[in-house]
Write a protein that binds this ligand. Sequence first.
Ligand code: FDA
Length: 386
Amino acid sequence: MSGFDVIVLGAGAAGLFCAATAGQRGRRVLVLDHNSEVGRKILISGGGRCNFTNLHTAPDRFLSVNPHFAKSALARYSPRDFLALVEAHQIAWHEKTLGQLFCDGSARQVVDLLLAECAKGAVEFRLGQAAGPIEHRDGQFHLAGACAPALVIATGGPSIPKLGASGLAYDLARQFGLKVVEPRPALVPLTLGGDDVLFRELSGVAAPVEARAGKTKFREAALFTHRGLSGPAILQVSSYWKRGDEVGINFLPDAAQGWLLAAKRTQPRKAMRAVLGEPLPDRLALALAERLGLAGDLGNMSDKALASAEARLADWRFRPNGSEGFAKAEVTAGGISTAELSSQSMEARKVPGLYAIGEAVDVTGWLGGYNFQWAWASARAAGMAL
Ligand code: FDA
């Protein structure tokens, strides 16, 4: 039985950064993962370029039963702090859009950064090995032939099981008597059925829209797929969407009030399809004109019909019949309840020495680098406390 100060379970973004932080503070750290390769989600993230943080990180860009929980860790480790580390490792980066920072080269550079930081802290690894049963006795956590007075749960959530994702974090939480907020797929494509099924014919068509779930709105691209709706705007609202809810789409978020009546006056001989085809892709324009039942020229349509068409285009209601689930979800919302953890250290209040960080915890970021920033910030908070 080999003894350590800390065992970190999970060699993903949060686990590696926590291990490096604790190791560099002189702790003897062991990282365990059942995958034989570390950071598999990092490697495929951001289309292979890793959107490693977002400059606009703020607590209101995270979902949690307790929206205040993430504030402390996020304030103590900011996007600029991680960026400084990226630059210290001479990784070239760029801002793509909306504060999203990506590597110019490859996501592999972020994994190499984390491994180099772990090496500085003399972190040991056991990869390709299941954790097996975990026992807590005499103030020590015993697992996989090792023991330590501190155990960090950094095994993420169950989204994308083929990458090695599992629900181990929740099993451990239950084993140690910690509450779990029901996990659900987030940042996930939504599926359409019923009357909306006709929109699936538009598979491959994308448009810049404003999508809405409840009161939360996102202005980004939406994409029609053979199963329903995707694209950044839809992934964003999916985190707020609940089964049975509608999703509203404003297909023309830049149009001025009364634009369709104005178009009737200036272009009475123009067909609705052609008017919509100016700002929107042709196939989408045709589908919307058909579903509005307004196929002819604007001049032949009543003002009332045009006013109601304008209102509908600004808030087109879809009622998704589900989502593509954990198999396709970029993250898992829900997880180990923040009520069980210290927001300063991520340590479980009831079980001294047990910590939970990253996606395993009920803190879920928007699309765009926010989830990695939470992984870094929560890992840092735990690493500094260990
Ligand atoms: P993470 O999932 O990274 O790591 C968990 C580790 O635990 C894994 O190594 C896993 O093998 C291990 N593990 C799990 N179960 C285990 C078990 N039973 N026994 C032993 N080990 C176990 N975010 C972002 O901010 N920017 C981006 O560009 C992207 N892009 C992106 C693309 C895709 C396709 C996905 C699926 C996700 C993203 N994300 C993202 C989200 C981001 O990848 C995610 O939020 C972080 O990786 C979470 O970090 P964690 O370390 O908490 O979990």
